[in-house]
Write a protein that binds this ligand. Structure first.
Ligand code: SAH
Length: 381
């Protein structure tokens, strides 16, 4: 395949994507240079921050790859209380992060729903409505998504993990609450509620093929997603997928394949937000920077209180776990500069793709910035 003419195309077939995902040498360099060029030209070299607060590792799910799955009895469980979360959010405001992500294991009990609603509301209030909030708290009912949106969250991240239903079933237990169709439905519901909707996949899973990954990219395009966070799959010994570790491609190749995914996605969907995810850093200290250098535009410094951070072990060797938020931020500023990008402080860093859609939509969707915030009906104590 001729890379120059291929890169001029607006979209790609599955076969073309498989080629782009596997190309090496000069073709790889041209691919990476082109995705970086597109990001710089269309979105500028601005990188947006999301202070990542890992609120809890309590989880009702049992995903076969995840270190905080319900059945992992070795995991030390924790849940930050409201004061700890508000303090971390206030750290993000004071340090001009512009936005935070509240991520955690999945729970859907009424107390949890109410607590999150109250916390979101209070974070907005304490920051003078200035802090943007992304949630990443799994599958919820439409009512819950709406309540959290009304409280002030405006972006939601729910990874599809893989867009191939058969592979999805291979990496999840076959119980009612691990259904591929529910996950798809949740993504639709999130959009309906007005969220900027994000999804993503793991790269280098056992049984996964390049064709599957090409299809994942086409899935993002077909579902017209606003933001994507994807990264390498990293095995965890206390999970069922650990026994398939001999089938995995080497870590360096998983990192390289993840970079190819980011690069191809930037070309396919030039205006979306693409995160340089933490799992890249677990393979190589500057793994995230490599993604920023070829077209990612979001980075999520971990600002979870240091005492609890070590317990949010989705996979082994999770980086940063003994570093303070301050040290991590300083190091990040430096390394973002080193890859030719600039951090945009005090900015929500919304998905341009989402904004383009809302500008052309008729009638226009409510702008969260102008929307009056509703106080939760029964705030947690
Ligand atoms: N409960 C939330 C957050 C889950 S953790 C939710 O369901 O969305 C966030 C992401 O970590 C998951 O979506 C998954 O893609 C990723 N993850 C989990 N285990 C992993 C592993 N072993 N290697 C790499 N990524 C993993």
């Amino acid at each position: 395949m001729n890379i120059e003419s291929l890169l001029k195309q607006k979209t790609f077939s599955r076969e073309e994507l498989v080629y782009l995902l596997s190309c090496q040498g000069e073709d790889e360099q041209k691919l990476f240079a082109y995705s970086k060029h597109l990001r710089d030209r269309l979105l500028s070299n601005n990188i947006h921050l999301r202070g990542l607060i890992e609120i809890s590792n309590l989880c009702i799910k049992d995903c076969l790859y995840c270190g905080i799955r319900k059945s992992n009895k070795q995991a030390k469980r924790y849940a930050l209380d409201e004061a700890e979360i508000l303090k971390a959010a206030s750290y993000a405001s004071q340090n001009r992060y512009g936005s935070i992500v509240l991520q955690g294991g999945e729970r859907n009990d009424p107390d949890f729903v109410r607590e999150i609603e109250s916390i979101v509301y209070q974070i907005k209030k304490q920051s003078g409505q200035k802090l943007g909030i992304t949630l990443s708290l799994g599958e919820q009912s439409e009512d819950t998504y709406r309540r959290w949106f009304d409280a002030g969250a405006h972006r939601y991240l729910l990874r599809i993990e893989t867009s191939n239903e058969q592979l999805y079933q291979q990496i999840h237990p076959h119980t009612q609450n691990h259904s591929f169709s529910t996950r798809l439905k949740c993504l639709q519901t999130l959009r309906k509620c007005g969220y900027q909707t994000g999804t993503g996949v793991m790269i280098g899973l056992p049984f996964q093929t390049l064709q599957n990954l090409a299809d994942d990219l086409l899935f993002f395009k077909q579902t017209d997603i606003d933001m994507v966070g994807m990264g390498p799959y990293l095995e965890h010994r206390e999970t069922p997928l650990w026994s398939f570790r001999n089938r995995l491609i080497p870590l360096k190749e998983r990192l390289n394949l993840s970079l190819h995914m980011v690069s191809c996605l930037r070309i396919l969907m030039p205006y979306i937000n693409i995160a340089a995810t933490t799992a890249l850093q677990a393979i190589e200290p500057l793994g995230r920077e490599k993604a920023l250098a070829i077209g990612a535009n979001i980075i999520m410094p971990n600002i979870t209180p240091a005492v609890q951070k070590t317990k949010y072990q989705l996979y082994e060797n999770k980086p940063d776990t003994d570093e303070s938020a301050e040290a991590a931020t300083l190091q990040l500023i430096e390394s973002v500069r080193n890859c030719g990008c600039e951090i945009q402080w005090d900015n929500w860093g919304d998905s341009r793709h989402f904004r383009n859609k809302t500008l052309t939509a008729s009638p226009p969707m409510t702008s969260k910035a102008q929307k009056p915030l509703k106080s939760p009906e029964s705030p947690a104590k």
